[in-house]
Unconditional design. Structure first.
Length: 264
């Protein structure tokens, strides 16, 4: 009976692909295509875009997002100028300031300081290429996610490691049509075991210009997790330009050990 159900499910997946309808519920925004789960069904040979580490136990790939870091640094330095001038004026003038005048200076200082803090936290603490680790021995995927407030720089920003079973992960390709973010993006959707009901999602790769790069990366993940031969040389070896005074990706010790070792 189990074989019949599996056969019916595979037939349903093939029918959905022919109709070009999403199989997952709910589908990802801007959905364009579901990618096959099995290494044998991949439509393109396995190929890494970038890789930090790969061996017969675990693989780590970075996820570099297109961000104009140099422009953010420039804006931060520009904001420092009026902020510095206002603070110097307040502490060097000899006239006694009343409450109303202090309020006039206080509001722009807080506003400029909040913007500057947001930019500096993004520049110095936001992880570059937040990675994903695939452990083929444990059949687990470890996703390094960084939670950043979209508007409040005074709120705590923190990293979170999400651990998923590889068997529960399905891939969806998205076509981005933005001016600065055009290309193909691959999302990994985590479903309830044995269903297509999505409970979580994470980005496998941010937008890439070639659809074959997106196909190749997902194909590589499927082949690797099924312990099939895969190339270890990535398409790109350069690291996108960025600067931070320290490493912004820090794995907790227990998860760092678990994600890089085989099960006992």
């Amino acid at each position: 009976m189990g074989k019949i159900k599996r056969r019916q499910q595979k037939q349903r997946e093939r029918d959905l692909r022919r109709q070009n309808l999403p199989r997952l519920f709910p589908p990802v925004d801007n959905w364009d295509e579901d990618l096959p789960d099995s290494a044998e069904e991949q439509c393109y040979p396995p190929q890494l875009i970038r890789v930090n580490k790969i061996n017969d136990i675990w693989m780590e790939i970075p996820r570099f997002k297109y961000v104009m870091w140099s422009a953010i640094w420039l804006v931060a330095f520009i904001i420092m100028i009026p902020l510095f001038m206002i603070v110097v004026f307040i502490f060097t003038q000899t006239v006694v300031l009343n409450f109303s005048l202090l309020l006039v200076f206080f509001l722009p200082v807080i506003f400029l300081l909040s913007i500057l803090l947001f930019l500096l936290k993004s520049l110095l603490f936001y992880p570059r290429g937040a990675p994903i680790r695939f452990n083929c021995k444990r059949q687990k995927v470890y996703v390094y996610e960084y939670h950043r407030s979209s508007w409040n720089p005074w709120q705590r920003w923190h990293a979170e490691i999400k651990v998923f079973n590889w068997a529960d992960i399905h891939a969806e390709r998205v076509l981005m049509a933005g001016h600065a973010d055009w290309g193909h993006r691959v999302y990994c959707s985590v479903c309830k075991p044995g269903t297509f009901e999505v409970v979580d999602r994470f980005v496998l790769t941010w937008s890439v210009g070639s659809i074959f790069d997106a196909y190749g990366l997902w194909s590589h993940c499927c082949h690797y997790m099924e312990a099939k031969p895969v190339p270890t040389a990535p398409l790109l070896t350069d690291v996108p330009w960025s600067w931070t005074p320290f490493n912004t990706v820090r794995w907790p010790h227990d998860l760092d050990k678990e994600s890089t070792t085989a099960a006992d």
